[in-house]
Write a protein that binds this ligand. Structure first.
Ligand SMILES: Nc1nc2c(ncn2[C@@H]2O[C@H](COP(=O)(O)OP(=O)(O)O)[C@@H](O)[C@H]2O)c(=O)[nH]1
Ligand SMILES: [Mg+2]
Length: 226
């Protein structure tokens, strides 16, 4: 990057910090756990959300913000499940930014427990942008390979939870969940790791319990972690 480009990028990151703090403050004040879901495209973020809708009762107390380059498809999938969902189309940008979330906060239903934000699919750029979430969850699916935590460390370093997704495929592919877990913990020893299949439901209840625990621990202070 040229020096001028670096300065512009630093300004963007700085203004994102302020916008993220504001999102976090507002959502924590309302007792809402905001979750930023990050992964490569196709790791199973939307499918996991579809399953969570059935598990996180009472219904109607969660909302979803979807981020994609193009199309309204993921928001439509969640709306089909009865969930209020907004779609941000970045038109090419590889990640969401906090002010995109901030603009939608006034539209959210008044009584919420959880706000899920599905980030644009990739393990690189989203890791650099705090969205004002209180919990960052990274998914790594079996078909992607167990070597990814060391190759894309920032996504794993800045998350609090790792979901090893598509657990139903683990016996069929040369994917070693123990290696994925070990190497992710070498990058970030504080990660809480879950093995989940949205298809069979394996591991879902443990992950849901983790979400409830995180919500119960919410405090009004702004603990920025990204
Ligand atoms: N075998 C298996 N396939 C899954 C699972 N979760 C999602 N998929 C499939 O993976 C593909 C991508 O899923 P999607 O949720 O759209 O991924 P996203 O891009 O991360 O939102 C779809 O074909 C899903 O049906 C799972 O737990 N097991
Ligand atoms: Mg998706």
């Amino acid at each position: 990057m040229k020096r001028k480009d670096v300065a512009v990028y630093e300004d963007i990151l700085k203004s994102n910090v302020a916008a993220a703090a504001e999102v976090r403050r507002r959502m924590r004040e309302r007792g809402v756990l905001t979750v930023n879901l990050m992964s490569s495209p196709g790791a199973g973020k939307t499918t996991l959300l579809e399953r969570l809708v059935e598990k996180l009762t009472p219904p109607g107390r969660l909302a979803v913000i979807e981020g994609d380059i193009e199309t309204e498809r993921d928001a439509e999938r969640l709306r089909a499940k009865g969930v209020p969902a907004w779609q941000i189309q970045t038109g090419g940008a590889c990640h969401l930014e906090a002010r995109m979330i901030g603009r939608l906060l006034d539209e959210l239903p008044p009584d919420l427990d959880f706000l899920f934000i599905e980030n644009v699919g990739n393990l690189v750029c989203p890791a650099a942008f705090d969205l004002g979430e209180s919990l960052r969850v990274v998914l790594l699916s079996a078909p992607e390979g167990d070597d990814k935590p060391k190759k894309y460390p920032k996504a794993f370093l800045t998350a609090q939870v790792l979901v090893l997704s598509k657990a139903d495929l683990m016996g069929l592919l040369p994917f070693d969940p123990e290696r994925a877990r070990r190497e992710a913990l070498e990058v970030n020893p504080a990660l809480e790791v879950f093995r989940v299949s949205a298809l069979t439901g394996e591991g879902l209840d443990d992950f849901v319990a983790c979400l409830h625990r995180a919500r119960a621990k919410l405090t009004p202070e702004d603990g920025r972690h990204a």
